[in-house]
Ligand binder design. Structure first.
Ligand SMILES: C[S@@+](CC[C@H](N)C(=O)[O-])C[C@H]1O[C@@H](n2cnc3c(N)ncnc32)[C@H](O)[C@@H]1O
Length: 290
């Protein structure tokens, strides 16, 4: 496994995923009762964008300028985007980037959700890569209500569901290095839904090969899931040579009417993050509500 999220932190894909994640957490918190946030592929929890650009041995082209960098100085963010950017800004400042015309420290999904957690909510974080996991453990060592384990997130999910709270938001955010990643996800989601039929599952995926995504959707629909939609964002047109032209988030058991926030969110981001003509956004129900 060579993947390090470090190099991609704050890119357009993180922006869609994290902005939607903030909406999902807020929606889960419409109910007073606490919930489990389960992050199957948690990463190291936080990223230093300057160190990422330095690379391990060679300088790397940073990806964040085309992501969070595009939103940083805008004064016209709609509320649903402004909420996410405010979370990133608060993290960046807290970590010491006081004069910040550009972001320096970027919160990964665990840090982003941690900032929103209420005392009754709980987090279980899994990361398989030992070095990333060691950093994640260090990050949360003294924090109550946050569990961190070095483990395969798919297997670990089985052990966590159903949680005592009977409510869960599961983020599945794999690196897609393995050819069978979609298969792994479908298997884990099937098992997860058997254990917690009302659980909310958010699955991030890259738009590199449309056909593979469609096979995945068919596999999901074959499982006769509860209401499910796919939210997608592309930053270039279909003929553009860029490999990852966009990304998506499948949401199973979405919180009530969250599509009314997420569809405009993706539409706005498609314009703000466009890298070439022909991109766009959409929200498609795979299984409709009601
Ligand atoms: C896309 S990154 C996660 C980013 C993180 N969710 C965020 O939004 O900040 C994927 C992570 O999954 C880890 N990983 C790969 N295979 C895994 C597995 N089977 N179980 C758990 N973690 C895994 C990688 O080491 C990498 O840190």
């Amino acid at each position: 496994m060579n993947y390090r999220h470090h190099y991609h932190a704050g890119n357009f894909a993180d922006v869609l995923k994290h902005a939607a994640l903030v909406r999902l957490v807020r929606a889960m918190q419409r109910k007073e009762k606490g919930f489990l946030y389960l992050d199957t592929h948690a990463g190291r929890g936080r990223y230093d964008l300057v160190a990422a650009a330095r690379g391990d041995t060679l300088e790397r082209t940073p990806e964040w300028p085309e992501g969070i960098g595009r939103l940083w100085a805008r004064g016209d963010l709609p509320e649903i985007v402004a909420d996410y950017v405010a979370q990133v800004r608060a993290f960046d400042q807290r970590e010491g980037d006081i004069i910040n015309p550009q972001p320096r420290f970027y919160p990964g999904s665990p840090r982003l959700v941690r900032a929103l957690m209420r005392p009754q909510d709980r987090m279980a974080l899994f990361e398989q890569q030992p070095e990333e996991s060691a950093l994640l453990k260090e990050e949360f060592i003294y924090e109550r209500g946050v569990g961190v384990q070095t483990a395969d997130g798919y297997a670990a999910m089985r052990g966590q569901l159903p949680p005592p709270e009977k409510r869960a938001l599961v983020l599945i955010d794999p690196p897609f290095e393995a050819r069978d990643e979609f298969e792994n996800i479908a298997g884990a989601v099937g098992e997860g839904l058997r254990r917690l039929p009302a659980g909310t599952f958010a699955i991030w995926y890259p738009l590199t090969e449309r056909a593979r995504v469609d096979v995945f959707f068919n596999r999901l629909m074959g499982m006769k899931p509860p209401p499910t939609f796919a939210l997608e964002l592309t930053v270039v047109g279909p003929a553009h040579p860029m490999k990852m032209k966009g990304c998506g988030l499948v949401v199973i058991n979405p919180p009530w009417q969250i599509e009314l926030e997420l569809a405009p969110l993706a539409t706005w981001l498609a314009e703000a993050l466009s890298q070439a003509p022909g991109g766009g956004a959409g929200l498609h129900w795979l299984v409709r509500e009601g």
